[in-house]
Design a protein around this ligand. Structure first.
Ligand code: ATP
Ligand code: MG
Length: 569
C-alpha cells in the first residue's frame, strides 16, 4: 500500500499479515448475511468494507448466506440480497455459498470435537442451561451430563441427527470452562434440535449448528483470511479461535476474526427485526418503502449506489461505536446527484401565471440544459406559451424589500425563457389567489438583444398546455428523534408496552406527504423509471418504480438544502 495516510486499521492488520506472510499474501473476505430480511445501510457498510478491502489488495470476496436458522429464512430474502449487493457495485463471481452447503462437514467436525473430548451432549433444558451459566460475577456450574464418554456422546449426537428427540430435548455443547470470565466460553451450545424444514436442505436435517460453530468453520472451509464482523462479536473471538484449534488447513492458514464498529445513524433504525415490524404492521408500504433505510428503499427513493459509497468513505471504519449524523448521508447524496441528476421543470404547488401580452396560441420551443455540471449531458426542449404553472410560494402580493420573486411591479426571469414583469393577480371569494399576471419582454430570451439583461430572481415554470399531471411524494425522516433505538427501549421500559406502540410515539407523522396535483414538463415522462432528476429549485427526485404514463409518480430523494435542522431545532 502506498498511501499511508488513508489506511484504516484493517488495512494495517492486512499489511502486517502480508509482511509476516501469514496467508501467503492472500486476502480473502466474505460477506455473510442471514437471509431473514432485506439488507440495510449497516449491511452496506459491511459490504463496502469486505468487498472494498479485498479489491484494494487484489483479493477475493465470497457471498455467503448464513442460513443456519431454518424457521426465519427464505428465498425471497436471498434474491433481494443478491440484487442489492450487485446494485452496490460488487461481484462475488462464482463464489456464492451457503452455510447449509457445509452441513455435512459441520456435522463431521462436531463429531471430531466429540472424539477429542471437546464437546458433549447435554440433556439440560434451555432454562437450566441458562441458570447453570452463572453471571459476570459468579462462575457457572457444570452440567451433570458433562462427563459422558466419547462413545455415548457420539451415539446420542447421531440419535439427535436421526430425529429421536424433540426440539430442546438435547443439545451439543462445547466443553471449555464453566468458570471462564468470558461467558461465551462457558460451554456454549454448538448444535440444537429444530424439527423444521430448511429452505435449501428441506427435511434432511433436524439438527442445526449454532453461529459460533458454523461461522468459523464456514470461514475455514472457504479459506477466508480476514473474517470481518461487528464489535459485538469481540467477546466471541476466543470461541472462534477455540473452535478452529483442531481445524486442519492444507497450508496451516486459519482465518482471523477482526471486529469493527457497526453503523448507527441519527433518526434511523437499522435492526432487521424492527424493520420487519414496520413492514408487517403496515407502518410503511414494504421493505422498499422510500423511507426505509434498506438498500432497496434507498434505490427506490433515488439514492445512487455511489452516494452510499461516498457516505461510507466519509465515516470510515473504526473500533468504537458512534452515532453518525443523517445529514452527512443526505449531503453525500446531494453531492453525488448534483453531477448525476437530469434537470427538469416541475411545479409542485401550482398557481396559474398568465403572460397577458404574449400572443394567444403561440408556442415556442426553448432549450433547457440537462445538467450544468456535465457538458456531455446535452439539452432538451421545453415548450413555452401564454399560460404557465408557477409555484404558489413564488408570488407575494405585498412583498418585503428583499423578495426577489414574483410581486407586482417587479421583474423576474422565467428559467430558459423571458424576463417578465408582474402586473397583478386575481383572487377568489376567499381571498385565495387563482391567477397571477405578468408581461414579457420579447427581447430577453436567448439569442435576442437583451438576453443577458440581469434581474435578481429566476423562477421555474411549466406550460399549462404542454405539461403532464403527476403525483409527487415528499419523504422525510421516518423517526422524529435523534436516537430512535435508545428512545424505543426507554419508552418500552417506562410503559411496559409492545414495540409497535412505542414506535408510534416517535415516528415522524410527516414522513410522507403526497401531492396529487403537480405539473411536470413532458420530457420527464420520456425518461426510464428510477432516473435521477433534479426538479429545478426544489430538490432531487426520481421516477418511482411504479410510475406509468397513465399515472406519473415522482419521489423526493432529498431537498436541495438541509432544512430539517432549521425546522426542528
Ligand atoms: P440486524 O441486527 O439488522 O439483524 P445482523 O447483524 O443480524 O443485522 P446479518 O445478516 O447477520 O445481520 O449481517 C450480515 C453482516 O452485516 C454481518 O457481518 C454483520 O456484522 C453486518 N452488519 C449488520 N448490521 C450492521 C451495521 N449496522 N453496521 C455494520 N455492519 C453490519
Ligand atoms: Mg443476525
Amino acid at each position: 500500500m502506498d498511501n499511508e495516510t488513508t489506511k484504516n486499521f484493517i488495512e494495517t492488520i492486512i499489511d502486517e499479515d502480508n509482511e509476516k506472510n501469514t496467508y501467503g499474501k492472500r486476502v480473502h473476505t466474505r460477506f455473510p448475511p442471514e437471509p431473514n430480511g432485506y439488507l440495510h445501510l449497516g449491511h452496506a457498510k459491511s459490504i463496502c468494507l469486505n468487498f472494498g478491502i479485498a479489491k484494494k489488495y487484489g483479493g477475493l470476496t465470497n457471498l455467503r448466506f448464513d442460513d443456519t436458522n431454518p424457521s426465519k429464512e427464505n428465498t425471497e430474502y436471498v434474491d433481494s440480497i443478491k440484487r442489492d449487493v450487485k446494485w452496490l457495485g460488487f461481484d462475488w463471481d462464482d463464489r456464492m455459498f451457503y452455510a447449509s452447503d457445509y452441513f455435512d462437514k459441520l456435522y463431521e467436525y462436531a463429531k471430531k470435537l466429540i472424539t477429542l473430548g471437546k464437546a458433549y451432549v447435554d440433556d439440560l433444558s434451555g432454562d437450566e442451561i441458562r441458570a447453570y451459566r452463572g453471571t459476570f460475577n459468579e462462575p457457572g456450574k457444570e452440567s451433570p451430563y458433562r462427563n459422558r464418554s466419547v462413545e455415548e456422546n457420539l451415539k446420542l449426537f447421531e440419535e439427535m441427527k436421526d430425529g429421536k428427540y424433540a426440539d430442546g430435548e438435547k443439545v451439543l455443547r462445547a466443553k471449555i470452562d464453566m468458570a471462564s470470565p468470558n461467558l461465551n466460553m462457558r460451554d456454549p451450545i454448538l448444535y440444537r434440535i429444530v424439527h423444521a424444514d430448511h429452505h435449501r436442505t428441506g427435511s434432511k436435517w433436524c439438527i442445526y449448528p449454532m453461529y459460533d460453530l458454523a461461522h468459523p468453520v464456514s470461514d475455514a472451509i472457504e479459506r477466508i483470511t480476514h473474517s470481518i464482523c461487528t464489535l459485538e462479536f469481540e467477546a466471541h473471538r476466543p470461541l472462534y479461535n477455540w473452535v478452529l484449534e483442531d481445524w486442519e488447513d492444507p497450508e496451516g492458514q486459519k482465518p482471523r476474526q477482526i471486529e469493527f464498529a457497526r453503523l448507527n445513524v441519527t433518526n434511523m433504525i437499522t435492526s432487521k427485526r424492527k424493520l420487519r415490524t414496520l413492514v408487517e404492521k403496515g407502518i410503511v408500504s414494504g421493505w422498499d418503502d422510500p423511507r426505509m433505510p434498506t438498500i432497496c428503499g434507498f434505490r427506490r427513493r433515488g439514492y445512487s449506489p455511489e452516494s452510499i459509497h461516498k457516505f461510507i468513505d466519509k465515516i470510515g471504519y473504526t473500533t468504537y461505536d458512534a452515532l453518525n449524523d443523517i445529514a452527512l448521508l443526505e449531503s453525500s447524496v446531494r453531492d453525488d446527484l448534483n453531477s448525476r441528476a437530469t434537470r427538469v421543470s416541475a411545479v409542485i404547488n401550482p398557481v396559474k401565471l398568465i403572460i397577458t401580452n404574449y400572443p394567444e396560441g403561440q408556442v415556442e420551443e426553448l432549450e433547457a440544459i440537462n445538467n450544468p455540471e456535465d457538458p456531455e449531458a446535452g439539452s432538451h426542449m421545453i415548450e413555452f406559451s401564454r399560460e404557465l404553472w408557477m409555484e404558489r410560494e413564488d408570488f407575494m402580493e405585498d412583498a418585503p424589500k428583499k423578495y426577489f420573486r414574483m410581486t407586482p411591479g417587479q421583474e423576474v426571469r422565467l428559467k430558459n425563457a423571458y424576463i417578465v414583469k408582474c402586473t397583478g393577480c386575481k383572487k377568489d371569494e376567499n381571498g385565495i389567489i387563482t391567477e397571477v399576471y405578468c408581461e414579457y419582454d420579447a427581447n430577453t430570451r436567448s439569442g435576442m438583444p437583451d438576453a443577458n439583461r440581469k434581474v435578481k430572481g429566476t423562477l421555474h415554470w411549466v406550460s399549462c398546455n404542454h405539461c403532464l399531471q403527476a403525483e409527487v411524494r415528499l419523504y422525510d425522516r421516518l423517526w422524529k428523534v435523534e436516537n430512535p433505538r435508545d428512545e424505543l427501549a426507554a419508552i418500552r421500559e417506562a410503559k411496559n408496552c409492545e414495540a409497535l406502540e412505542a414506535m408510534k410515539e416517535i415516528i415522524n407523522p410527516d414522513s410522507l406527504k403526497v401531492l396529487p396535483n403537480c405539473y411536470i414538463e413532458k420530457f420527464a415522462a420520456t425518461l426510464p423509471v428510477l432516473s435521477y432528476l433534479q426538479f429545478q429549485r426544489i430538490g432531487y427526485f426520481n421516477i418511482d418504480k411504479d410510475s406509468t404514463p397513465e399515472k406519473l409518480v415522482f419521489n423526493r430523494t432529498v431537498g436541495l438544502k438541509d432544512t430539517w435542522g432549521k425546522i426542528n431545532k
